[in-house]
Ligand binder design. Structure first.
Ligand code: URA
Length: 451
């Protein structure tokens, strides 16, 4: 196949066939197709988009480029969640443990920080001894023993994505819905899941800033997952301010543990429960005869579209809440940490704290969450470049939320940082919070459900 001709045909309006996509991905992974031709295809996809069929074929062939988990029939259902990334988003940590207490198993393959958004693996790395580089057999073993595992992609899982993502990064082709869809879904589908929920974020700290862009991405992800036979739904959630109070690495693990101990902040708890409910209801639906779901449709989180299933939703929610009130999820998290070599009782160092105070009175009208993510990077809690070492001890505790009324001199946040970076962190934090005379209009935390 001549890849340039394929791109020309696409420009003429024809679709690339699944066979051509397979040949392209196979040739790229084996080295037969050079980077410059793959860059041309990535740019063509970036500029022209892909049909749903093409996106599914790309996902399928990327998935087939490596190994996948193949679980024994009759095992407990496998479920997972994926977030498109945000500031302070530590949901994966409590949610994996909560779900593992609800007769499902969670083989979660996670990533490191990407740009200003934090990464689950980086947060877990702040736990002394915790290993995020388990092999597939080790992951299987932890799943069978504990019911949940959170680790990084092994070299044999979706090699096409590793190679293509690095190329997209240097060719400015990352923000393309079909390419993002194939990248995320190939990795998640390699886990051999029965159900997947996507937390697609919109707002100042999200990859997709607008609701419309987030909705388009959510529909593409859900449609692709459903075509591949996995019960897939998505929630559109607000990322116009950090989720929870803590932003960083060790401080976010501490807040995740607070959730497991029933002391978590309301917004974090709400998103965690909503995502967990999606998965438990999906698994229930999958194992009982219910009408087929629409493809990539949107529906209110509460209301007629969910009305008939409200008892299943209530019961899933109660089941998840009980994992916390009984202490079972806290215990399960400790077991997972131990099984992955970590010591949850060992001290997680948090850098010295200082406060940032408000220089005027007013209402908190805007929080530039992306800037906060950049502030964490400035304090070495995130990476400027792949491979940069991290200081897990740095971060923020937000003391105000959007809409709060503050007085002059009132603390807005605590900054955890060693002396050499504390000033930069405080400055960026101050600049990221905008106060107004009038109270702002606030939108819902959970905006929509795509199913
Ligand atoms: N996250 C991924 O895993 N892939 C993308 O392309 C973008 C975000």
């Amino acid at each position: 196949m001549n890849p340039v001709r394929t791109i020309t045909r696409k420009r003429d309006g024809g679709e690339i066939s699944a066979h051509e996509i397979g040949a392209f991905i196979g040739g790229y992974v084996s080295g037969e197709i050079p980077d410059y031709q793959m860059s041309a295809l990535a740019m063509a996809i970036y500029l022209r988009g892909m049909s749903a069929d093409e996106t599914a074929a790309l996902t399928d062939h990327m998935l087939a480029s490596g190994a996948t988990f193949d679980w024994t029939a009759g095992d407990l259902p496998k479920v997972d969640k994926h977030s498109t990334g945000g500031i302070g988003d530590k949901v994966s940590l409590p949610l994996a443990a909560m779900l593992a207490c609800c007769d499902v198993q969670v083989p979660m393959i996670s990533g490191r920080g990407l740009g200003s958004t934090g990464g689950t693996l980086d947060k877990l790395d702040s736990i002394p001894g915790f290993r995020t580089d388990l092999g597939m057999d080790e992951m299987r073993e932890v799943i069978h023993r504990v019911g949940c595992v959170i680790s990084g992609a092994t070299p044999d899982l979706v090699p096409a994505d590793r190679k293509l993502y690095a190329l997209r990064d240097v060719t400015a082709t990352v923000p393309s819905i079909p390419l993002i869809t194939a990248s995320i879904m190939s990795k998640k589908l390699a886990e051999g899941l029965d159900a997947l929920v996507l937390d697609v974020k919109f707002g100042s700290g999200a990859f997709m800033k607008s609701v419309d862009a987030a909705r388009m991405l959510a529909k593409s992800l859900v449609d692709t997952g459903q075509r591949m036979g996995v019960a897939t739904t998505a929630l559109l959630t607000d990322m116009n301010q950090p989720l929870g109070r803590m932003v960083g690495n060790a401080v976010e693990v501490n807040e995740a543990i607070a959730v497991l101990e029933g002391r978590g902040p309301d917004d974090l708890m709400e998103v965690t429960l909503a995502l967990g409910v999606e998965l438990l209801v999906s698994v229930e639906d999958d194992f009982s005869p219910t009408p087929a779901r629409g493809e990539g449709q949107a529906a209110p989180l509460q209301g007629p579209a969910r009305g008939e299933a409200s008892s299943a939703i209530d019961s899933a929610r109660q089941q998840l809440q009980k994992t916390i009130s009984s202490g079972a999820a806290r215990e399960r998290f400790s077991q997972m940490v131990s099984a992955q070599g970590g010591d949850l009782d060992a001290r997680r160092i948090v850098a010295p704290a200082s406060e940032v105070i408000s220089i005027r009175a007013g209402h908190v009208a805007e929080i530039d969450a992306e800037r906060l993510g950049e502030a964490v990077i400035a304090m070495r809690g995130g990476r400027r470049q792949l491979g940069d070492p991290l200081d897990y001890s740095t971060g923020f505790e937000m003391l105000v939320r959007l809409g709060d009324q503050v007085d002059m001199g009132q603390p807005l946040a605590r900054v955890f940082a060693p002396d050499d970076v504390a000033y930069a962190g405080r400055e960026k934090l101050q600049a990221s919070i905008c106060l107004s005379d009038e109270p702002p209009q606030l939108g819902p935390l959970l905006l929509d459900r795509i199913y």
